[in-house]
Design a protein around this ligand. Structure first.
Ligand code: TTP
Ligand code: MG
Length: 414
């Protein structure tokens, strides 16, 4: 008989706020609100503050109304990233299959590990203990279930410092009353559409066939139906760091025109930079790759003193390399790559500016952040740096910034 499949989901309790309380004992037991960095909203708050109705993503002004005596703290993202890495290393001792799903949560495949840790529930307790010890006192909550989405819901059941286990035989009853809104992937709008049909719980979803849901809502409907049956085929996928990130193009026409080549460098830098930043990566080595019309290929690299991921630095470096190359022939292919990442990963997702960035790099980081945010809202084509618009002249920060602003203004007008 195949071993029972167990997925464990662990999620740190009030992560940023708990770290603040850990580092400053005078904050323990008090309502702590961390936030104010992005658009003045709450990142998270301690459980003491939640009693007053403070929540993540709430405007700080609203939080102050609800909890005027709270302690308001600016996020220290570098510190949180460090803790996140420590948590990741700690839980990696429990299973070869660990997937860091965000800065403070992870899935572990706990199937067949009883010989090492005892019953899976014991393993959960040991993991909680290990996290507490490694971090010097942070708590997490653990959910154990046969599939991923049920494990995630389970970890929320006994927060904070909780453990909740859902055995296969308990799944049908649990799902019967589970509100659809609690199913990961069902957002407010989807839930509202379901409510209009009189469907509020997973039990009610199961009254209709898979075909019905598929016809009505397509893929989302199909997934909803499957989840209502307790089906979730997703595996725990351990994250492995990429070694490099690159972009290249084979030109329509072979060329020696530096303006055309530089424009492509900017486009590549943009692509690579965006991807690095999205994954919280930065690298020290910039590589230029050129293939000539006769298919001869050269690569030239520069290694910088610090890790970078800003579009401008990647572009500037690649352009310097290109300027130093004596083109032997017309160019058929041009590419840019960044490598030399340090240990990092999604645990540092959206937290990781390059370590000790120089002033310039951090200023560029700000511009990139603004551009990334616009992209996330309006799509990749929404924001293009100066160089891509003008065959001549340098694409500088100011130009790109005003370009970004203009794009935003245009969108708002529409
Ligand atoms: P969560 O795990 O959602 O929240 P939490 O750990 O603070 O609290 P809980 O005990 O309910 O799990 O998010 C983890 C961290 O991510 C959180 O500490 C701060 C950050 N975060 C934001 O910056 N903005 C947000 O809107 C949310 C939800 C989280
Ligand atoms: Mg959490």
């Amino acid at each position: 008989m195949a071993a029972q499949r167990w997925i464990m989901h662990m999620d740190m309790d009030a992560f940023f706020a708990s770290i603040e309380q850990l580092d400053d004992p005078s904050l323990r037991g008090k309502p702590i609100i961390v936030g104010g960095e992005h658009r003045g909203v709450v990142s998270t708050c301690s459980y003491e503050a939640r009693k007053f109705g403070v929540r993540s993503a709430m405007p700080i002004s609203e939080a102050r109304r609800r909890c005027p005596h709270g302690v308001y703290i600016r996020p220290r993202l570098r510190r949180y990233a460090e803790m996140s890495a420590l948590v990741r290393e700690t839980i990696a001792r429990f299973s070869p299959l660990v997937e860091m799903a965000s800065v403070d949560e992870a899935y572990l495949d706990a199937t067949g590990l009883e010989r090492l840790f005892g019953p899976v529930e014991e393993m959960g307790l040991q993991l909680k203990q290990a996290v507490r010890e490694a971090t010097g006192g942070l708590t997490c909550s653990v959910g154990i279930a046969p599939v991923k989405f049920l494990a995630k819901i389970s970890s929320e059941q006994r927060k904070p410092d909780g453990l909740f286990m859902l055995r296969p035989e308990e799944v049908p009853a649990f799902l019967h009353d589970l509100p659809v809104r609690a199913v990961p992937g069902v957002g407010r709008q989807f839930a509202a559409a379901l409510a209009q049909m009189g469907v509020k719980s997973c039990g009610e979803v199961s009254r209709y066939s898979e075909e019905f849901w598929k016809r009505k809502f397509g893929k989302a409907g199909q997934v909803l139906w499957a989840r209502a049956q307790g089906i979730d085929p997703r595996e725990v996928v351990p994250w492995t760091a990429p070694k490099s990130e690159s972009a290249e193009v084979t030109l329509d026409e072979d060329t020696r025109d530096l303006d055309i080549l530089r424009t492509w460098l900017m486009r590549h830098a943009e692509r690579v930079g965006t991807s690095l930043r999205r994954h919280g990566l930065a690298g020290r080595t910039i590589t230029l790759k050129i293939k000539y019309a006769d298919f001869r290929q050269i690569t030239r690299q520069v290694t910088l003193p610090q890790r970078v991921n800003s579009t401008k630095t990647i572009y500037d470096t690649a352009k310097d390399i290109l300027d130093s190359v004596e083109l032997a022939d017309r160019v058929r292919l041009i590419g840019v790559g960044v490598s030399g990442f340090e240990e990092g990963g999604p645990s540092q997702l959206s937290l990781l500016p390059p370590k000790e960035p120089e002033k310039d790099e951090s200023r560029r980081g700000k511009l990139d952040k603004a551009v990334d945010a616009l992209r996330a809202r309006y799509g990749r084509e929404a924001v293009v740096r100066g160089r891509l618009f003008e065959a001549h002249g340098e694409g500088d920060d100011r130009k790109a910034a005003s370009q970004a602003e203009r794009m935003e203004a245009d969108k708002l007008r529409k």
